[in-house]
Design a protein around this ligand. Structure first.
Ligand code: F3S
Length: 393
C-alpha cells in the first residue's frame, strides 16, 4: 500500500503513540480490502461509546490513546449508555455513570465533540456532496452516502477513531465512484409515512443483502422518512448506501452490468409489520431511533393535543436538539405532558434491562431489530399515531 511521507512517519511512531496505533489499524484494514493508498477525510463519527459495550478494557485503551492522541478532523461521537444529566432518573448506577464519564472524557481529550448522537448530520457534522469521511454508526453511514452524497465505508468504532486521529482512511469500497452504482432495482408501493419507509428498509435490507439498491416509484421523501429507511436497511442488510430515483444525489450513476429487478408490494410491508410484532404489552414506548429531529418533537406535541402520557415514553434526541427544543418551549411542553426527552443515549445502548424494561414499542424497524437481537427484550413496531394513543390510554 502506498503511503505518503507523513503517513510513513505516523506509522513509524514519529508523530506519537496514538497516531502510530491508528495508522497500524488503517494499514491493516487497507491491506485486507486491497486499498492502494489512503485518502484524506473531512470528518469522522466515532462509535463505541457506551460503557455497556466497551467494558473496562475498552476504557483503558481509550485512556491510553488519549495521552497524546489528537484528532485531525471534525469528529463527533455516537450515543453513550446514559443521559449525562438525567442518569439518576434513568436508574443508572453510580459505578456505571463514573465509567461512562471516563470514556467521554477520554474522547474529549482527543478533541472529539461529545455530541453523543447517531444523527451527527442533525448536530453540526454535515459533510458535503463528494466529501470523503470515515463514519461509524450504520444508520448515519447510510444517510451520509445516500442522502448527502458524502463517501464513507461502514466503519467500526476503532477504524473511525483511527481515521479521526490521522485524518485518513484507506481508499477502497464506497470511496470509489464505480462502487457506488446500484445492482438491484426495487419497485415500491405507495409509502405514507416514516413507518412505511422503515418497513420498506426492513424488507429491502433482507432482499438486497450487500447490494446497493435503487428504489423506483417513491414520489417524495422527507428527512424523517429517509432516516427511517436508512436505519432499517442497514439493520437487516450489510448495506451502506441506497439510491432513490429522482430524489437522491447520485441516482443517475450508471448501474452495474447486471441489474436484478424486484417488486416490493403493500402486502410485503404488512407481512414485515407482523414479523416485527412480539405482541407483548410494552413497558417502554420509544421514539427517536435514529435520534429525533425538532420536526418529530413538534409532531409528537401536536398529536398529543394536550393529553397526559400515562406510560413510560422516551423520545431520544441529541443534546443539541434538546437545547434547541428548550429554547423553543417544545421540551418544556412535552415534559409537562409526561414525555421524557432523553438525550445522549437510547434504550439499545443504555442498560435498560437493569431498569426492569422487558418490552418496547417503537416506530423504528431498527429499534425493534436491535431491541430483540442486542438488548434481548420483546419489541413491536407501530405507527407514531398508534404509539401516542397507546401512551395516553
Ligand atoms: Fe441511534 Fe440507538 Fe437507534 S444509537 S440508531 S437510537 S439504536
Amino acid at each position: 500500500m502506498y503511503l505518503t511521507r507523513e503517513e510513513e512517519k505516523m506509522l513509524k511512531g514519529e508523530m506519537g503513540y496514538a497516531k502510530q496505533v491508528a495508522m497500524e489499524i488503517l494499514v491493516a484494514l487497507g491491506e485486507i480490502y486491497g486499498a492502494e493508498k489512503m485518502v484524506k477525510i473531512s470528518s469522522a463519527q466515532v462509535s463505541g461509546v457506551s460503557y455497556k459495550n466497551l467494558g473496562e478494557a475498552g476504557v483503558e485503551w481509550l485512556e491510553e490513546l488519549s495521552r497524546d492522541g489528537r484528532v485531525e478532523v471534525y469528529t463527533t461521537l455516537n450515543p453513550a449508555g446514559m443521559d449525562i444529566e438525567r442518569w439518576r432518573e434513568m436508574g443508572v448506577s453510580r459505578e456505571f455513570a463514573e465509567q461512562q464519564i471516563r470514556i467521554i472524557e477520554a474522547y474529549t481529550r482527543m478533541g472529539i465533540h461529545p455530541t453523543l448522537t447517531c444523527t451527527p448530520y442533525l448536530a453540526g457534522n454535515k459533510p458535503s456532496l463528494g466529501d470523503h469521511i470515515a463514519w461509524a454508526e450504520s444508520s448515519a453511514v447510510v444517510y451520509a452516502n445516500s442522502v448527502i452524497g458524502a463517501r464513507t465505508n461502514r466503519e467500526g468504532g476503532p477504524s473511525a477513531l483511527a481515521s479521526a486521529l490521522t485524518g485518513r482512511t484507506p481508499y477502497y469500497g464506497l470511496h470509489i465512484t464505480e462502487n457506488r452504482a446500484y445492482s438491484v432495482k426495487i419497485n415500491v408501493p405507495n409509502l405514507r409515512d416514516e413507518y412505511d419507509f422503515a418497513l420498506l428498509g426492513y424488507v429491502s435490507g433482507k432482499l438486497s443483502k450487500e447490494k446497493i439498491p435503487l428504489f423506483s416509484g417513491v414520489e417524495s421523501a422527507d428527512q424523517v422518512e429517509l432516516k427511517a429507511l436508512g436505519a432499517a436497511i442497514a439493520s437487516t442488510g450489510g448495506i451502506a448506501m441506497f439510491h432513490i430515483e429522482g430524489l437522491t444525489p447520485e441516482y443517475m450513476l450508471p448501474p452495474l452490468d447486471r441489474v436484478e429487478e424486484i417488486d416490493v408490494e403493500e402486502r410485503d410491508l404488512r407481512n414485515a409489520a407482523e414479523e416485527l410484532n412480539d405482541d407483548a404489552e410494552p413497558d417502554l414506548i420509544f421514539i427517536g431511533c435514529p435520534h429525533a429531529s425538532l420536526e418529530e418533537l413538534i409532531v409528537i406535541m401536536q398529536r398529543l393535543q394536550g393529553r397526559i402520557v400515562k406510560k413510560e415514553m422516551w423520545v431520544c434526541v441529541s443534546r443539541s436538539m434538546k437545547e434547541l427544543a428548550k429554547q423553543l418551549g417544545v421540551y418544556q411542553k412535552l415534559e409537562e405532558l409526561g414525555v421524557k426527552i432523553v438525550s445522549d443515549t437510547c434504550p439499545i445502548v443504555a442498560p435498560i434491562t437493569r431498569l426492569g424494561v422487558k418490552s418496547i414499542a417503537t416506530n423504528s424497524a431498527k429499534g425493534v431489530w436491535y431491541s430483540r437481537n442486542i438488548t434481548k427484550v420483546k419489541a413491536k413496531i407501530a405507527r407514531l399515531t398508534d404509539l401516542i394513543e397507546d401512551a395516553v390510554k
